[in-house]
Design a protein around this ligand. Structure first.
Ligand code: FES
Length: 129
């Protein structure tokens, strides 16, 4: 089942850092973790592997788990986004997913979807629901 994603109002262009942050009451990701437009990156929050996707300044968040095998999408690291930011390509067997809803539109898991992670953006922090 697809879950609604909310685009961020604006995304910081600060140098990315590796560590996710956590505050006392909620687990959060800082917007500074996001890369340039039309890129993705993986982070781990509380042991949960996630994929942050920045498409034209809109943020999408998915579990970093390919529906083909259940393994991570990016064993080689780096961005999975194409230059338009519209497609994410799994590094294992080439499945392609729409950045905006995670639906697989090509490859071995055609019709399946990435698992969306609900979130809100509050004061520059990405708060997982
Ligand atoms: S594990 Fe992603 S396409 Fe096979």
């Amino acid at each position: 089942m697809l879950l609604a994603r909310r685009p961020a109002r604006s995304l910081a262009k600060a140098s990315p850092c590796i560590d996710a942050t956590e505050n006392e009451t909620v687990t959060t990701l800082n917007e500074s973790l996001l890369g340039d437009d039309n890129t993705s990156r993986s982070v781990t929050v509380d042991g949960r592997p996630l994929l942050l996707v920045n498409r034209h300044g809109a943020l999408f968040l998915y579990e970093n788990r390919c529906p083909h095998t259940g393994d991570s999408l990016d064993p080689q690291g780096g961005s999975l986004s194409d230059t338009s930011g519209g497609l994410l390509t799994c590094q294992r067997h080439g499945a392609q997913f729409l950045a905006e809803n995670g639906q697989c539109v090509g490859g071995p898991c055609l019709g399946a979807s990435l698992t969306a992670v609900p979130f809100s953006v509050i004061s520059g922090h990405i708060v997982l629901s």
